[in-house]
Write a protein that binds this ligand. Sequence first.
Ligand SMILES: [Fe+2]
Length: 275
Amino acid sequence: MAKIVAALAAAHDPLITAAEDVANPKQRSRIMHAFSELRSVLEASKPDVLVVFGTDHMNTFFLDNMPAFCIGIGPECMGPNENWLKIPAGPVPIDQSLARYLLEGLMEKGFDLSFAQEMPLDHAFMVPIHLLTPRRDLPIVPIFTNCAAPPLPTAKRCYQIGMALGELIGLYNSEVRVALLGTGGLSHWVGTPETGKINEPFDRRVLDLFCRGDGETLAAYTDPMIEEAGNGAHEIRNWITLLGAVRGKRGRVLAYEPIAPWITGVGLGLLDVEA
Ligand SMILES: [Fe+2]
């Protein structure tokens, strides 16, 4: 049976690659060190596939057709579809067998996901993929959650999908080793007068709950509660999905830095799947 061998969480702030020099060098160095540490953990777990919970910023999906959730099931994803990230554009392979299995399994469990044979990826996926698997030789299963265009799926729904995904992976009739990655957040405001503001107390509360493996408390967060940390904070949904997938596992923070020039409370952490 398949096994979850790693559960990682990382910011996907595009300025990490696009404008690395504007950050305070000490803060930047702590974040990049944490990415290296996360990469080492990922490599040591010897994964066959990386299931990525990410979002999009009106680059792949737009208001003409905005899914709540969408899973990429084609042979590969192209990314990034933004030319300013200083990340080379190219394909990332998809584990199509696992992607199809998860899609069908979630449908059977009552989660009506959209699916896409072609799903280009923006920085939400590509910043962490670039920093954690720069050779792009690890197949992914990309799972998009709408975190940007309200009405959004609730935090509770994301937690439920995470739990269902965790169960399905455990029942997958294959010996594959599955790593999980939730991306985004933490506090930030995008395209509003508050852009550049950071809600550090909110971020530290979220990280504390993450470390305790308390996805249930986070799943009860309402949109107004999340918006105290900005419209970009809705991306904590991807961390909540991750917590659901390895329910109850505790974790630790690898780095947290409130970085105003990067307009984000930047956090990285991991959950101990072996505990
Ligand atoms: Fe984002």
